[in-house]
Design a protein. Structure first.
Lengths: 443, 443
């Protein structure tokens, strides 16, 4: 087995990556509001010795819910149910730094980390979503820079709260009656521009110390946040060159914060459409494409581009005068748009490349060709692994676990069994340490 | 079986009501940070066909954590784990209206309600806790009246969000591609003094419609909030007269809001110390009392009274010049203090009555005498049931379920099996309705 090992997450995007996933014969169209769906999917990923499941999120009814499933059940509630039904797989959930308080997030994720035996990660997002902002007292999305400034301070406070307890603070000695050693618990006394938080947290440390910090933003501000705090990054890359450039850039930035490159795991998104042969895979893609309801893709892309859908024609290239908003959001889409321009794709071909929704790379093929692709990226240093987005869930994941994972194992690229119990173990990250520099509550 | 049926919740106060519970031989002193402890306790309650488990909470490291377990794991995370391991029992968790946003609370509790098949209740609290306020950017506790004003608006918004979906909004028809009927989903467009929330929620309704609203405050403001919104009330009453007066008062107030008395379930707190005989029960109380660590009770009561513990003498009555803060907090304690004054108890006797911690009624006795007491209160109209606080968990609950519940069942006061599947079914409440008056998103 090679020294460097691949890491695989599955991004449980409701009932699948394709906008039409819910309409396919074996899909449960109401699975997105059934914790059982997430539990079954996670159990399949655990059978495949995946590093983690990943849940994206936004606190609002999403755009175009009349056409497809949307973010619904709150991710930490899903993860608590999944934790109870699994033993090893990591559990990563998204929570917004713009619409939460750091004490609540630190506490909820540390509670999950204790409930799961140290398997949790927190995906830090700033939520560029106008519908969300209107559910929290704002008319418009907060400016990009302000969101990221708040996100950095938020992450700093959450981490400090997680590290406010030393490992052996809890005594619980029945004989002496000593319960908690206050000399090993520390107020954080944070006072910053966005938050004033005294602390300490009201929870002990977990088997992995505290949750892993995950980040996904790829804008300039997003990269700085990731370089400073992220231990795993869910990135966007459509070519090996893009992937390598991103990983190099992040590690260079991280070094400036005194961090080591190996303390960050870079996982580009990868949407998969698997068939037993190349031809079957293409037929499957064709079917998924044909089931995308009516004008869903057109309306959605028009929404991202902020143009009238009636002004777009499917069988022509995108008009030249269309540009994306420059606020740093929609990174995933921007990458695909660049390719469309470069290759002169028609709108229909571009939509197809987007798989009916987002801008992550889509791979359509046999298990062998998908394994080849993954190995190529991994060996080229363009990825430490992937955040997989199967076309339909759970069946697309089942195909990956049953047919692609065995090839990756045979090639010595991927584990055949879990060697550790925590998410940090799976990712090859060190256990999180306390901060003895913070003054204790009692001394 | 009599028509009117008793309702029983168990308040899982960490490892038990007594400050010394964790030091008793069979207790797990670290159970308070182990979801398995809550799951096992809930399973015992479910075996006893209880209505619900109840979790109190405060978002801070509590006073005197060096002596005893404290609020730690976030309650909705615990409930998600318990939901996965039980089938019928109701699941009530506390969340603060002072330190949360209504959209997040509406969403998290509705997610739990869907995950549990409609078994959830939200206990609305305003959190009168200085340590909590310092974790959320405040130097001091927000004034009582402001907290309750915010709580009322918060509850109004949460309820409106829960009711923003009609029952059959989700279509999910694979054949036509119609997923969500936007004419049955409604923005709430709330704009008030504390919150501006557009909505709708991003979740469908649950089998019981939405979670039950529970409330515990007994101050003037607390009673108004309960009368307006609460469907179950966790009250404080030390005598049958107090219990009856409280229930009558709440129902009178509720009538002024156009609500029916039977739409509110009143459940006073009741701490239990059970022995197979009266004498064994008293010996058990003695042992629990002897295990309360050092000066814990004295320090705690001095903290509540805001006096120097050194100025208090255990074997004298409380000094006359000591008064409780008049901000409406500490209701539970106030009731006990009144009794202490009336009966001329020494501080030591008062502390004993407080069971090492709170001011709810403590009953010490055999299963028969406890069943008699419960029946007396129930028949007198002083309670629709009780929020039980066993001395030690889970063993104190096990004793209740194995020895008191059979007597209550034999007397026709309490169910032998669940007749419904939701918490509203157990409490005898109607299914929650939508609000067709809110304008639809489309249609």
């Amino acid at each position: 087995m090679s020294d460097r090992q691949l890491h695989l997450n599955v991004n449980i995007l409701n009932v699948g990556f394709y906008g039409s996933a819910w309409r396919t014969p074996r899909a449960d169209p109401q699975g997105f509001v059934d914790v059982g769906h997430y539990v079954r999917t996670a159990q399949i990923a655990e059978r495949g010795t995946f590093d983690a499941i990943f849940l994206a999120d936004a606190p609002a009814l999403s755009d175009r819910p009349e056409y497809r499933p949307f973010y619904a059940l709150e991710p930490t509630i899903i993860l608590a149910a999944v934790a109870a039904a699994t033993t090893h797989i990591g559990l990563i959930a998204t929570a917004s730094t713009t619409y939460n308080e750091p004490f609540n997030i630190a506490r909820r994720f540390q509670s999950l980390d204790l409930a799961s035996g140290g398997r949790v990660g927190w995906n830090v997002v700033t939520t560029a979503d106008a519908a969300a902002s209107r559910n929290f007292g704002f008319d418009n999305v907060t400016a990009h820079a302000t969101r990221y400034e708040r996100a950095a301070e938020f992450t700093e406070v959450v981490t400090a709260l997680w590290e406010s307890w030393e490992d052996d603070a809890l005594i619980a000695d029945k004989a002496t009656g000593a319960f908690l050693d206050l000399s090993r618990v520390h107020a954080i006394n944070h006072s910053g521009r966005h938050f004033t938080v005294k602390g300490p947290l009201n929870l002990p440390r977990s088997p992995q110390g505290h949750p892993v910090v995950v980040q996904a933003g790829a804008s300039e501000d997003g990269r700085q946040l990731a370089a400073r705090y992220a231990e795993a990054i869910f990135s966007v890359a459509n070519t090996i060159e893009e992937g390598r450039a991103f990983a190099d850039d992040i590690r260079r930035r991280a070094a400036r914060f005194g961090r080591r490159g190996e303390d960050i795991v870079v996982l580009p998104g990868l949407a998969t459409v698997i068939g037993s042969t190349e031809e079957e895979a293409r037929r499957r893609e064709e079917e998924l494409w044909s089931l995308i309801p009516g004008d869903y893709s057109l309306v959605r892309i028009a929404g991202i581009l902020k143009v009238d859908p009636a002004g777009l024609t499917l069988d022509r290239p995108l008009p030249d005068d269309i540009a994306l908003p420059v606020d740093g959001s929609q990174t995933f889409f921007r990458a695909t748009l660049d390719i469309a321009r470069r290759e002169g794709l028609t709108l229909r071909q571009l939509l197809r490349k987007l798989g009916g929704g987002t801008g992550h790379r889509v791979i359509v093929g046999s298990p062998e060709s998908i394994a080849d692709d993954i190995e190529r990226w991994f060996r080229a240093g363009a990825a430490d692994g992937f955040n997989l987005m199967p076309d339909v869930l759970p069946e697309g994941l089942e195909a990956f676990v049953d047919h692609v994972v065995p090839i990756l194992r045979k090639r010595g690229l991927f584990r055949s069994e879990y060697r550790g119990a925590t998410l940090r173990d799976h990712f090859g990250l060190q256990r999180a340490q306390g901060r003895p520099s913070i003054p204790a509550l009692a001394g």
